[in-house]
Design a protein. Structure first.
Length: 125
């Protein structure tokens, strides 16, 4: 069952999460440009872009590889009946940590864009 769940998570990330992030980012940038807002000197646009980028890095460098590692571990351990809860839990705790960071950064971005804080970025003239 766990192998099926992990496979479902990986598939849903490919189908929904990654395209959603790309569409949201490009749409936000296009809306800011159309609205005449300078991307790099408007703090509430600049910092969310930084946080969104960090989220993408966390996902690409840590979360996705850990998901693959979880899936591989479950496939191998299921095929030779060698599942060790402690070993899998270690991988899963890392996935939960990096997944939380990948989730919190866009949530903070969302808050910053709603309250339009901070007003100025470090790149403002």
């Amino acid at each position: 069952y766990m192998q099926h769940a992990v496979s479902g998570i990986i598939a849903s990330d490919k189908l929904f999460t990654i395209p959603g992030v790309v569409i949201l980012t490009l749409g936000g940038i296009a809306a800011a440009i159309k609205g005449g807002l300078p991307l790099l000197s408007t703090g509430w646009i600049f910092w969310p872009l930084v946080l969104f980028s960090l989220s993408g890095l966390f996902f690409a460098i840590k979360v996705a590889p850990l998901q693959k590692k979880m899936k591989q571990y479950l496939e191998i351990s299921n095929s030779n009946n060698s599942y060790q809860q402690q070993q899998f839990t270690g991988i899963m705790k890392q996935w939960e940590f990096w997944g939380a960071l990948a989730l919190l950064t866009p949530l903070i971005s969302f808050f910053m864009m709603i309250v339009k804080w901070p007003v100025v970025s470090p790149l403002a003239p």
